[in-house]
Design a protein around this ligand. Sequence first.
Ligand code: CDP
Ligand code: CDP
Length: 225
Amino acid sequence: GAGPLTVAIDGPAAAGKGTLARAVAARLGLAYLDTGLLYRATGLAVRRAGGSPDDPAATEQAARALSPDDLNDPALRGEAAGDAASRVAAIPAVRAALLEFQRAFAAQPPDGARGAVLDGRDIGSVVCPEAPVKLFVTARVETRARRRFLELRERGTEVIESRILRDMEERDARDRSRSVAPLVPVADAVVLDTSDLDRDGALSAALALTGARVWAWHHACARAD
Ligand code: CDP
Ligand code: CDP
């Protein structure tokens, strides 16, 4: 019969993936996993231990030692963690170490949820290639840098917008060009550009674009029951 419903959301930094993923999860009654936190926590752990986020052995060890509690650290939200994350994320052994946790979350969502929304860079391509609903969320890089700038400033972090833009362009380039699990929309993903959409607009557009696929999953479930 039909398994749990998986919604895969991928895209570049500050495209609005997390905001949309939370809203979709709430609307459809699904659990939510921000997979970027796994890479951020790995990068931060290596840096705190005095290691380099480009060192394959140290980063793989940090990825294997992660515990769910590590995902609650407020420092994970900072741009330093984002930078370290995109470095450890280019190391194949790190990606392999984090894969099982992500797949288990999708296959057995916590709290008895009937499915899960996962957001990241490679959910539709690598983690959950069989997901019936895939969204590739994107926005102009200037818009994304502006959003991240406002977000950080609101949290009281001193930042320079032009620097955020430059760092974001660097991180995007690293994510798109790496040999393992590069950031690209898969053929069966629905592309959603949120440049001119607010949160509600993005949610409405996403539901409109994927409604038929969610309905087909429900229908398959009803037949399997
Ligand atoms: O919030 P933002 O989009 O800026 O970053 P994030 O989703 O927390 O991801 C941080 C970094 O982790 C990204 O730049 C990617 O290099 C990496 N990542 C990944 O490679 N694969 C994922 N599924 C999620 C994140
Ligand atoms: O998860 P990702 O890094 O892709 O982005 P996010 O954390 O969901 O959104 C980054 C910032 O953009 C947040 O401050 C959101 O409130 C804001 N945002 C927005 O202004 N318009 C949207 N349609 C979506 C998000």
